[in-house]
Write a protein that binds this ligand. Structure first.
Ligand code: SF4
Length: 402
């Protein structure tokens, strides 16, 4: 898309929307925490905040562009093809600004038909598929593309694979918007969610097997007409930008070993293209900060972010590696009481309620948040925990005075 109705850089209104953004998403409490070395103590609760957490550069940019879009087109109908980022607060603010989300049809596809010529359409930070972009171009819409440059970088890789007749093996979640957008740029692709799935593919490359069973296993995660016999001979590795970096590296090494073993060192370059460095910096920093935080003595961990936020889920997985009770919540409403918390366990989509999550004695709580979580939400969670403790202290002092 390259014309006057395609906007990739905002509208030069950053200064105008800055105050709105600060008011909506910043927090004095977080500023206080940072000034105190990411530590805050109230009563017998110590909060230890990860060194890197919350809004990343790409999310900041996407949200700011959405706000600028409303200012630039005050009277136009504005759509967004999906959640701009995976955060309920941000998405509800956009709705309040009359930026409407495309509805989803029963078959799970987006209802693009409601977009009319002359409407404005915002593409979210994780991008949009090639088909959606073609559709919008033909509809003669103004398109505001907030796709994070880290995501576009992966698209460039995948397009190069296609030009060289390589199959893209994408480490990601087949139903995640970013991976859908990335795979739409590949001629031939296969998506592996984790090391286990990559091992299955590696095993097929080396030892063969039932193509029917293979296709059944990956039926939602491969390009149309995928043939494991001929489409796994030349492979390039790409990834969803927010996966666990360590796992992407292991998957890259696994396929390198596999192709080395199958085709030998002199032919390796004809059969294998490595992933390169396509885990984004922000994801990496948040994962590193979490790895460092869990080395401390913590009693509980709270990981805050949308339940469909991939990078928040990965922070949760890292937190769990140390065996500290860790809860992925999406905001203060998940903290039902001092004894009850609603959260999403890892690799699940449902929510569960756990009891006795907040120890009664002095407690150290580790806190982190995914790249799409505003500071204000992190602060509200912390405030709620403090408030619960204060009210239970008050209750017990009232009881002892009776
Ligand atoms: S997490 Fe990374 S890829 Fe995603 S929006 Fe932020 S900077 Fe971009």
């Amino acid at each position: 898309m390259k014309n006057q109705t395609y906007h990739r850089k905002g509208f030069g209104l950053q200064d105008v929307v800055e105050e709105d953004l600060k008011r909506a998403y910043e927090s004095n409490l977080i500023a206080e925490l940072k000034e105190g070395g990411n530590t805050l103590v109230r009563n017998d609760i110590t909060i230890r905040l990860a060194e890197a957490f919350g809004f990343c550069w790409g999310v900041d940019r996407a949200v700011s562009m959405a706000y600028e879009t409303r200012r630039h087109f005050p009277d136009r109908k504005i759509w967004i093809t999906n959640e701009i980022i995976h955060n309920p607060l941000v998405n509800s603010h956009l709705r309040d600004m009359s930026i409407d989300f495309l509805s989803i049809r029963e078959d799970g596809t987006k209802d693009l038909d409601c977009v009319n010529e002359g409407d404005v359409v915002i593409l979210p930070a994780f991008g949009a598929s090639v088909e959606e972009m073609h559709f919008l171009e033909q509809r003669k819409c103004d398109v505001v593309d907030t796709t994070c440059p880290w995501v576009s970088r992966v698209w460039n890789r995948v397009q190069k694979f296609a030009q060289s007749d390589f199959t893209a093996i994408i480490h990601g979640k087949y139903n995640h918007e970013e991976t859908i957008a990335t795979s739409s740029r590949a001629e031939t692709y296969l998506i592996v969610q984790n090391l286990q799935e990559a091992e299955l593919v590696g095993d097929y490359i080396l030892h063969g097997g039932s193509a029917r069973e293979f296709l059944e296993r990956f039926k939602q995660a491969c390009s149309q007409g995928f043939d494991p016999e001929k489409d796994l001979v030349r492979i390039g590795i790409a990834n969803q930008t927010t996966m666990l970096k360590g796992e992407t590296e292991l998957i890259g090494k696994l396929f390198e070993r596999t192709m080395l073993s199958k085709f030998g060192p002199t032919m390796l370059n004809d059969h294998f293209l490595s992933p390169g460095d396509t885990i984004c910096d922000a994801t990496q920093e948040r994962q590193d900060a979490m790895l460092s935080l869990i080395e401390e003595r913590l009693d509980v961990m709270l990981i805050i972010g949308g339940f469909n936020s991939s990078n928040t889920g990965h922070l949760h997985e890292i937190a769990l590696t140390k065996g500290v009770p860790s809860y992925h919540i999406d905001g203060p409403s998940c903290i039902v009481s001092a004894s009850s918390i609603r959260h999403q366990p890892p690799h699940r989509t449902d929510l569960v309620v756990s009891d006795d999550w907040l120890p009664a004695s002095p407690v150290v709580i580790g806190v982190s948040a995914g790249a799409s979580t505003p500071n204000q939400v992190v602060a509200e969670v912390i405030e709620k925990v403090f408030a619960l403790r204060e009210s239970s202290i008050l209750e017990s002092s009232n009881e002892s005075n009776r």
